[in-house]
Design a protein around this ligand. Structure first.
Ligand code: GZL
Length: 351
């Protein structure tokens, strides 16, 4: 009798030593996500599989931190986190891992919009709700995801473009004198699609010269590489539209390496840098110093919003299908105080 008790106790202790370690499952890039929590009564925790785009930018890292802080055991969650390293196949693998682990919810920040119908159908067949955060998916059936929370990227782009138009009017610069290049984000990402569409609309509306467009993949290194190529190919660039701050930092490195100056005095040879996000101290300082003339704010703090959605869902409360976050415009140049888009006024402020 005594021997069997010892055996049972040994097996229980062995099980507990295996199951409780760490807080967040950092899945391998292959998407082999591992569920980890601080031990304790995992049965009470809501399990969430989060497939993140990657770690390509300051915005992304702040977004990841916001999600991890919200989905912690203290708040009642067992988070399985996967870094997709900006590759869709990693994210698809991670989602399939989450399905195998039968998580309660899947949160997806999709690197690009296309290519999700099959894996999201698998999630629905497994009866696991999918919440989209940040970027959007382009699927045949919108019921493949429960809801989405993020930014209106075309509006972000329109705000920056209207700011540039206001700057030209205030400084008596003709639209035909604007020679602009676009360092695009990741091709096919919602943020790239929206911000690029807004630029093309403004180019046609205000007669700017769009000299070139190329993807900087939302990274500083690629932004510098692309800007270096632009400077070699185009000698009359006076405005750079960077689809995030990190690309802008890279563009500034390239511009200064060529002996040029960044700033708003484009009449006297400076190159104006425009960007998006405004989330890092470096970006804030760049705006205050005028090295980046204008930034369209992009809010990364989605953790609390997504956590509230999942909390509500777990209590039977149906969320709105689409939830947009409010965002502003940052600049230290006093030429433009506000812009009006579709009858709505957006103030410009120093961050
Ligand atoms: C925007 C987000 C973009 C940021 C970039 O919501 O998807 O991706 O603007 C990030 O910094 O890489």
């Amino acid at each position: 009798m005594k021997k069997s008790y010892l055996t049972i106790i040994t097996l229980i202790l062995l099980f507990l030593s295996i199951s409780g370690c760490g807080t967040y499952g950092q899945a391998s890039p292959s998407g082999d996500a591992g569920r980890q929590s601080q031990g304790g009564d995992d049965e009470q925790l809501i399990t969430v599989g989060f497939s993140q785009v990657g770690a390509e930018s300051d915005w992304r890292n702040i977004n990841t931190d916001s999600m991890k802080e919200s989905f912690c055991p203290e708040n009642g969650y067992d988070l399985i986190y996967d870094d997709g390293q900006q590759k869709q196949h990693n994210q698809i693998t991670a989602i399939r891992t989450f399905i195998q682990k039968d998580v309660d919810y899947i949160v997806l920040a999709p690197v690009i919009e296309d290519g999700w119908d099959t894996v999201l159908t698998e999630a629905r067949d497994a009866d696991i709700p999918v919440i989209l955060v940040d970027r959007m998916v382009n699927v045949n059936d919108p019921d493949l995801f429960t809801c989405w929370v993020g930014s209106d990227f075309e509006l972000e782009g329109s705000k920056v473009c209207e700011w540039l138009n206001g700057f030209c009017r205030a400084n008596h610069i003709s639209g035909s004198d604007i020679n602009i290049v676009n360092i695009k984000g990741t091709e096919g990402a919602s943020a790239e699609l929206g911000r690029s569409k807004a630029l093309r609309t403004a180019v046609n509306k205000y007669g700017w010269n769009l000299l070139d467009e190329r993807s900087g993949e939302f990274t500083q290194a690629k932004g510098r590489e692309v800007m270096t190529q632009f400077l070699k190919q185009h000698k009359n660039i006076n405005v750079v539209y960077s689809e995030n701050d990190n690309e802008a930092f890279g563009a500034i490195e390239a511009i200064e390496a060529e002996g040029r100056k960044v700033g708003s005095d484009i009449k006297h040879g400076e190159i104006m840098v425009l960007a998006f996000d405004g989330t890092s101290d470096q970006a804030v300082e760049a705006v205050r110093s005028g090295r980046i003339t204008c930034i369209g704010e992009c809010n990364p703090l989605h953790g609390p919003r997504v956590e509230k959605i999942i909390r509500n869902l777990s209590e039977g409360i149906v969320p709105d299908k689409y939830e947009y976050v409010d965002e502003g415009i940052f600049s230290a140049d006093e030429s433009v105080n506000s812009v009006i888009i579709d009858g709505v006024s957006y103030g410009v402020r120093v961050p």
